[in-house]
Design a protein around this ligand. Structure first.
Ligand SMILES: *Cc1c(COP(=O)(O)O)cnc(C)c1O
Length: 346
């Protein structure tokens, strides 16, 4: 299939920042990449991606995985043994959206905890859910947090307090940083500052950074060595994966600073939609926000958007996501389409 963005009648796709297709320059980088068999450790481009990512985010070593789900699962499997548990938000990807992998494949018990409206887990809750050493209880080993979560940024002060609390109680800390670059850019802090306090990090290359595939797990050398065994067992040992890693390297080099544009586009989109009386519109912190659509309008709105070549997962609770393929002109057009639709509907 041709690149939709080059198509004369292109679609605007607001479903997720995973929908981006690599542009010509990223594809050129992929084509030019020297490769080898990464299961033998021979792929120079994978090795470079792992080193560069670890260095950028402040870790000793990195491990390229085919997805963020696998990267997080590897982290949970290394941090926790059978009968251990991890503390995690009810809304967290590592609890809610990864098929129960930690329990199914690792015999690891999640201890889900309510997320606060800002996406954080209350420190008092973290403290209260850490179980004493007692044969009745699973062994609490790990605090897993997510940043951004539902597009919300957990600030550096909160992250410092939460990780200090976890460490003081003998827990390890893992950050599902699928969109950690969005969080760092939004706060105007370095990537290293955004990951401070976390023993391990999973970062997605295939979200806002715009690479087609892949995540990198970062952590101490010995941790990553153990992770490599799990990755192989999970089927994530890839061969000439440098073709994919090259896209990741290109993304890290070119697509981090520009995330600010996605945040601006989301803010402008939300401001425009907020003018529509029938909608309840959240103010985005990054590139993801939610609108409430009147139930009676859902089906007609869905049909209108399809006719206008705008893809969105329309429901009462509709998530809108901006990314590298959504332009300022697109934002203006989306606002027009919505405004006309609701004018006609009233
Ligand atoms: C997308 C995502 C992941 C990983 O998803 P994959 O589709 O498996 O790459 C993990 N955590 C969060 C918060 C995500 O948004």
């Amino acid at each position: 299939m041709s690149d939709m963005s080059n198509h004369a009648e292109r679609w605007i796709d607001l479903r997720s920042d995973t929908v981006t297709q690599p542009g010509a320059e990223m594809r050129a980088a992929m084509q030019a990449a020297p490769v080898g068999d990464d299961v033998y450790g021979d792929d120079p481009t994978v090795n470079r991606l792992q080193e560069v990512t670890a260095e950028m985010f402040g870790y000793e070593a990195g491990l390229f995985a085919p997805s963020g789900t696998q990267s997080n699962l590897i982290a949970l499997l290394v941090h926790c043994a059978r009968g251990d548990e991890y503390l995690v938000g009810q809304e967290a990807h590592t609890y809610k959206y990864e098929g129960g992998g930690a329990a199914v494949l690792g015999s690891i018990q999640p201890q889900p905890i309510a997320n606060q409206p800002d996406g954080s887990i209350a420190l008092a809750d973290i403290d209260a859910y850490i179980k004493p050493d007692d044969m009745h209880f699973a062994r609490t080993r790990l605090l897993a947090l997510e940043n951004t979560i539902g597009g919300r940024v957990l600030g550096a002060h909160y992250m410092a307090a939460a990780t200090q609390l976890a460490h003081a109680r003998g827990l390890a800390t893992h950050l599902d940083g699928a969109r950690i670059c969005n969080a760092a850019v939004k706060q105007g802090i370095s990537l290293r500052a955004a990951t401070a306090g976390f023993d391990t990090l999973s970062v997605c290359l295939s979200k806002g950074l715009g690479a087609p595939v892949g995540s990198v797990l970062c952590g101490p050398k010995a941790f990553i060595e153990q992770g490599k065994r799990w990755r192989k067992m999970l089927g994530g040992g890839m061969r000439q994966a440098g073709i994919l890693a090259a896209a990741g390297l290109y993304a890290l080099e070119h697509n981090i600073e520009r995330l600010a544009d996605d945040h601006t586009n989301a803010a402008n989109l939300s401001r425009g939609l907020a003018q529509i009386a029938q909608l309840k519109v959240a103010t985005p912190q990054t590139n993801i926000f939610y609108i409430e659509v009147p139930p009676a309008s859902v089906d007609a709105l869905r049909a209108t958007l399809v006719r206008e070549r705008i893809r969105a997962t329309v429901g009462q609770h509709t998530r809108l996501v901006t990314h590298i393929k959504v332009t300022a002109a697109d934002v203006a057009r989306i606002i027009d389409v919505f405004t006309t639709f609701f004018k006609d509907a009233s």
